[in-house]
Design a protein around this ligand. Structure first.
Ligand SMILES: [Zn+2]
Length: 419
């Protein structure tokens, strides 16, 4: 018997023995993992595989986990005392060992292991930037085939570790993100490698939720406040779901952490909608030209998991959350403050979260004696580059109207090359 079942958040149906769990049940609602073990526990396994609340059975490749510590420098700077940082990236002195420097590694590792155990032969990934980087890395580490499909504007952020060049990476030269999703769906069908499923994939959300597993274990309780920058919202939803599990466990507190979620202005569709308490995003806030103006491309998702049942609107509503729109200038300032006070470089998206924390403290939204958790979703890239060589992706350009026959031929040559 599996140690989990899947539960539809809309109709309460429980699905036993589900194989690959990358799609939902009811329309516009998420499936949620229900672990038979209501009590959280850690085994002596390494990295994230020590947690009992992940939808995997016998992981067979390593995946380092998050590092959680009590802040001194940034705390002093802000005049607060209970600030914990969950650092995801490369920072060997702290024990942080993510070579792609992003928390998306947890997502990729759990999704790949879950797919492997479900008898899936490979996955198609249509995410860009740090997610594609993480999936390429984990495809290499696990030996599990992955095809990456991204729009052209995203290749700049897809640097790779040395050996990654052989992961098939298709770049849709003449289209935007939605065109590349369309191409990815056709590639997925023809290659027989399912789509990774986005926010619908429970393995993705639970993998990202492992930041809260590590944090609650180290803090001994749930934080009162949680800070994170969001693009699709998948990571924050994963964390909110883990918080619910800790409350059912009973030993970590009875109150959901208040969520402080942030986006980079001027592209901040969820911030704009939440400020008007709207469950629907506004089309004027989703204009692609706004994306050109932000510094955090990884937060530029135009199809975020906001409106659906169990999505960002609902988790904010349940936890009494707040959203922050952070302009570029504040992002850069926050990155610099973090580097000076904590001692390591962080990615712009993490700078968005730091800026939200600074605003919340200044606005008096957090009490002096409360426990805070700041999710540094990516960091140590500069540090990593001092010690290791990184490589640019070797892309295979395809047009958005590529025919099925051309996709077949291309896959043949690409998959032969990579094996
Ligand atoms: Zn349902």
């Amino acid at each position: 018997m599996s140690h989990y079942t899947l539960h539809c958040s809309k109709c309460d149906t429980i699905l036993e023995n589900v194989s690959f769990s990358a799609s939902g049940h009811c329309k516009d609602a998420l499936l949620e993992t229900r672990y038979r073990d209501v009590r959280f526990s850690e085994s002596d396994a390494q990295g994230i595989w020590k947690f009992n609340w992940l939808p995997v059975h016998t992981p067979d490749f390593p995946q380092p986990g998050p590092v959680v510590y009590l802040s001194e420098g940034l705390s002093r700077h802000l005049g607060i005392s209970g600030l914990y940082i969950v650092f995801n990236g490369y920072w060997p002195e702290k024990g942080a060992d993510l070579h792609t420097c992003t928390f998306k590694e947890y997502e990729a590792a759990v999704v790949i292991q879950n797919a492997k155990e479900s008898g899936v032969s490979g996955l198609t990934v249509a995410s860009a930037g740090n997610t594609a980087r993480a999936f390429s890395h984990l495809s290499h580490v696990s030996g599990f085939p992955v095809i990456i499909v991204v729009p052209r504007m995203c290749i700049a952020e897809m640097w790779y570790l040395e050996e990654r060049a052989r992961i098939p990476t298709l770049v849709v030269g003449d289209g935007d993100y939605s065109d590349s999703i369309d191409v990815a769906k056709r590639v997925s069908h023809i290659a027989g490698m399912p789509f990774e499923g986005g926010v619908q994939n429970v393995a993705k959300r639970d993998g990202l939720g492992s930041v809260l597993l590590e944090a609650a274990a180290r803090m001994g309780r749930l934080p009162d406040h949680y800070f994170q920058a969001i693009g699709s919202g998948t990571g924050a939803i994963g964390v909110a779901e883990m918080a619910e599990r800790f409350i059912r466990d009973g030993r970590f507190g009875s109150r959901l952490p208040r969520l402080h979620l942030a986006q980079n202005l001027p592209f901040a569709p969820m911030v704009k909608a939440w400020q008007k308490k709207s469950r629907t995003l506004f089309s004027e806030d989703l204009r692609p030209e706004l994306i050109a103006e932000i510094t955090t491309r990884v937060l530029s998702n135009r199809y975020p998991a906001y409106s659906m049942q169990g999505g960002v609107y609902d988790i904010l509503d349940a936890a009494g959350g707040e959203m922050y729109g952070i302009p570029n200038i504040e992002v850069f300032a926050a990155m610099e403050i973090f580097r000076q006070t904590e001692g390591v470089d962080i990615a712009p998206a993490a700078g968005v979260a730091v800026a939200a924390l600074i605003r919340a403290v200044r606005a008096g939204s957090v009490e002096k004696d409360e426990m805070l958790l700041l999710n540094i979703t990516g960091g140590g890239e500069k540090r990593y580059a001092q010690e290791y060589k990184t490589h640019e992706v070797d892309p295979y350009f395809v047009p958005k109207n590529i025919s099925d026959k051309e996709i077949e031929e291309m896959l043949c040559s690409l998959l032969n090359k990579s094996s």
